[in-house]
Design a protein around this ligand. Structure first.
Ligand SMILES: NC(=O)c1ccc[n+]([C@@H]2O[C@H](COP(=O)([O-])OP(=O)(O)OC[C@H]3O[C@@H](n4cnc5c(N)ncnc54)[C@H](O)[C@@H]3O)[C@@H](O)[C@H]2O)c1
Length: 243
């Protein structure tokens, strides 16, 4: 069989880059896409020969269609899709603009929907595929960092995960989620030192997560051994939420 191909959205830094590198180590040809061209070029330079960057705005239907078409033309198939691109807008609900609230849903939910929709067409023809959506502990708890669009958008993403899991199961495609909390990336770098200390204190394992902690879970979910798991959201949170 030809080399397996993985597509990781928002894969140019942080959690996405760690997932992409983990999948490359597992033998996948990995395409990372992102809206940020500069970071995309930098990730290719940091990881020569390992990752291929393609620019894409996941919230834009034409951009997603062009990406999926391009990956299939160039590499022949898509075995793994990881919907990792995501944004957060931190403002209390009385301060956040409706436009800012909307953009969080547009990127986090519409983006994941568009990728699932168009990549599923490819996976259905193959009769195989794995999709992993990167959610958040905020899906279950509501957002704990004053971002009124973020938690609800991740809850919607979990609903999307289960919906696609049911729809695609007859085609041999699994769809799962990973819900991290407090992972050390650019997103968490926005925390003040006091908030950072408080967050670590509330985690039973007494440390922040690393992007590789999330990548390890994704690598498991796309492995042979996870073939009977679908519609599941796995927490990667150091014990912060045990439910
Ligand atoms: N860092 C954490 O503690 C944490 C916790 C829970 C969940 N998450 C989730 O993990 C994922 C990755 O987070 P991260 O911390 O690595 O964030 P990050 O900000 O470092 O990376 C997100 C990437 O998504 C890209 N992106 C944003 N909008 C896009 C768009 N419209 N099209 C394409 N790409 C776009 C950004 O350019 C960026 O490279 C996100 O979905 C986030 O919600 C992170």
């Amino acid at each position: 069989m030809s080399v397996k191909v993985a597509l990781v959205t928002g894969g140019v830094a942080g959690i996405g880059e760690a997932i992409a590198l983990g999948l490359a180590d597992d033998g996948y040809k990995v395409v990372v896409c992102d809206i940020n061209q500069e970071r995309g070029q930098a990730v290719e330079e940091r990881n020569p020969g390992k990752l291929v960057f393609r620019k894409c705005n996941v919230a834009d239907e034409e951009s997603v269609q062009a990406l999926v078409r391009g990956v299939v033309e160039e590499f022949g198939r898509i075995d793994v899709l990881v919907n990792n691109a995501g944004i957060i807008r931190r403002r209390h609900s009385e301060e956040i603009s409706v436009a800012d609230w909307d953009i969080v849903f547009t990127v986090n939910v519409r983006g994941a929907f568009l990728l699932c929709k168009y990549v599923a067409e490819v996976m259905k023809q193959q009769g195989t595929g794995r999709i992993v959506n990167i959610s958040s502990v905020a899906a279950k708890l509501g957002d704990i960092t004053s971002a009124p669009g973020y938690g609800p958008s991740k809850a919607a993403m979990d609903g999307l995960t289960k919906t696609f899991a049911r729809e695609l199961a007859p085609y041999g495609i699994t769809v799962n989620g990973v819900a991290p909390h407090a992972i050390e990336t650019d997103m968490s770098a926005q925390w003040s030192p006091e908030r950072r200390a408080a967050i670590i204190d509330a985690i039973p394992l007494k440390r922040l997560g690393q992007p590789q902690d999330v990548a390890a879970c994704v690598r498991f979910l796309v492995s042979e051994g996870a073939g009977f798991i679908t519609g599941e959201i796995i927490d990667v949170n150091g014990g912060f939420l045990m439910d």
